[in-house]
Write a protein of this length. Structure first.
Length: 329
């Protein structure tokens, strides 16, 4: 079942399942007994530097249907560099052995990219350190594997040259790759073969994604097995950029050329954007938290976001939270 895990300002975590009531979807519980515990506390004392959602426990959902960026448990980065694992079992983090140490020597200043990098049915971690090196840390279900010298899988990924990296199956293979959004707005794909990014040269797949785009929402929006992008422009419009093999001469997917479809309008830069597989596994929709701490639901029909009636669009109230994570139980 999909739902939201949210972190409150005091460090408490709360769980809000996403319910289906007839043909409507909502975080508001009904009067049914099984829905009355919506919003209950599922963790406390979560005052960490970073939170890494992932599929840190093996599950039954095939990897290709699991959303990169979502998860079913948490790994937290402490200020001192330790990593702590918090499984989400029985819809709570408050279980025996929660918070077990699974790594040390990490920095809150590092960038962390969670995906199923080794294609073993669970999440792994690629870390960008302060030198711009990429390091691979495979996860075996209980701890991260030390690869020694082999852990360095990429070099030259400095933040001043590449501010943003997006994991996804950009080459359509068995392993995730990295889409790099360079400082000049170019998109480059860095292929990963399960062991390194070094063996294949990057390829340019898009241009013109500069600072005028404030949010990049990655998922399989077109439903064809390829990751796509919906980008928020500074004018408040959401623009869809399909990714695939649009030219028979192309052997690998690229971003389509113009024109590009506007799939939403009036979206504020300060809102929180939460992509999730809210209705159907493998199919993304959008939930946003607005200035009034209300949750709005925007289902995606494969071409555009559906602008629901006000009473159907409003799916939650009072979400004054510091973090939002889409979780799947």
């Amino acid at each position: 079942m999909p739902g939201l895990v949210v972190r409150m300002e005091n460090g408490d975590l709360k769980w809000f399942p996403f319910f289906k009531h007839g043909d409507k979807y909502t975080f508001f519980p009904s009067n049914d007994q099984e829905e009355k515990e919506s919003g209950r506390k599922v963790g406390d004392g979560f005052n960490f530097s970073k939170y890494l959602t992932g599929y840190w426990k093996a599950g039954n959902i095939p990897s290709h249907r699991r959303r990169i960026g979502g998860g079913s448990s948490l790994i937290c980065v402490e200020k001192g560099g330790d990593l702590k694992h918090y499984p989400f079992i029985g819809a709570t983090f408050m279980i025996k052995d929660a918070g077990e140490k699974v790594g040390s020597g990490f920095s809150p200043q590092y960038d962390y990219y969670v995906a199923e990098w080794t294609n073993r049915g669970m999440s792994d971690m690629v870390v960008r350190d302060d030198k711009g090196d990429l390091r691979l840390f495979p996860w075996n279900g209980t701890k991260f594997t030390d690869l020694g010298r082999s852990e360095r899988v990429g070099e030259g990924f400095t933040k001043d040259r590449i501010p943003y990296l997006y994991p996804g199956y950009w080459n359509g293979g068995s392993y995730p790759d990295l889409l790099a959004r360079e400082k000049d707005g170019d998109f480059q794909v860095y292929a990963f073969n399960g062991k390194t990014f070094k063996e294949i040269k990057p390829r340019k797949v898009g241009i013109g994604f500069g600072k005028e785009f404030t949010h990049i929402l990655v998922d399989e929006w077109m439903g064809d097995g390829n990751p796509d992008i919906i980008a928020r422009h500074k004018n408040g419009k959401l623009i869809r950029y399909p990714f695939g093999r649009f030219d028979p001469k192309e052997t690998l997917p690229v971003f389509a050329g113009p024109p590009y479809a506007t799939v939403g309008d009036g979206f504020n830069e300060k809102w929180v954007y939460i992509v999730g597989h809210w209705r159907t596994p493998g199919k993304p929709d959008l939930v946003v938290c607005d200035d009034d701490h209300n949750l709005r639901f925007y289902p995606f029909d494969g071409q555009t976001f559906v602008d629901l009636h006000k009473e159907d669009k409003l799916v939650g109230k009072g979400f004054k939270c510091t973090h939002f994570w889409d979780f799947y139980t």
